[in-house]
Design a protein around this ligand. Structure first.
Ligand code: RB5
Length: 146
């Protein structure tokens, strides 16, 4: 399993902690930046991570900006991406179960590293339920051909 991670300056510190956590679990991590807490534009990292998933280079993505809002809005513009902004374990679980999300987005200014770890664990272990949820997910992509 390989996970692409990306963040702007407001998500940089949480991204570094998330990386440590994933590496401790022996998960391969591809870091698309940013690489310091100097000002950075979240769309740049959202697009890199999203494209790597669509290209099949990484299975999952984790994106972090200040709130997780801008970076998830951007990622969802890329065809094939379902980025879910989550702030609880329940949301992370449902993002996989009902929405078949392929990117977990979080806020570096709103989420602690302990909460992030719990959300990541549940996100990675939860399977998509399919069935009626697959029909609904298809309707999302049918809207714009994405
Ligand atoms: C940066 O200050 C902040 O606007 C950004 O990280 C993010 O929260 C936008 O949605």
């Amino acid at each position: 399993m390989s996970i692409a991670v990306g963040a702007d300056h407001a998500g940089y510190e949480l991204k570094e902690k998330v990386k440590e956590y994933l590496e401790k679990m022996d998960i391969k991590v591809r870091d698309f930046g940013c690489f310091s807490n100097e000002n950075a534009d979240y769309p740049d990292y959202a697009v890199k991570v999203a494209k790597s998933i669509v290209a099949g280079e990484n299975e999952w993505g984790i994106l972090i900006c200040g709130t997780g809002i801008g970076i998830s809005i951007t990622a969802n513009k890329i065809k094939g991406i379902r980025a879910a902004l989550c702030c609880s374990e329940y949301m992370a679980k449902m993002a996989r179960k009902h929405n078949n999300a392929n990117i977990l987005a979080m806020g570096g200014r709103t989420t602690s590293s302990e909460e992030a770890e719990k959300m990541i664990a549940v996100f990675l272990e939860t399977e998509f339920e399919g069935g009626r949820h697959a029909d609904r997910v298809k309707k999302i992509h049918d809207l714009t051909g994405k």
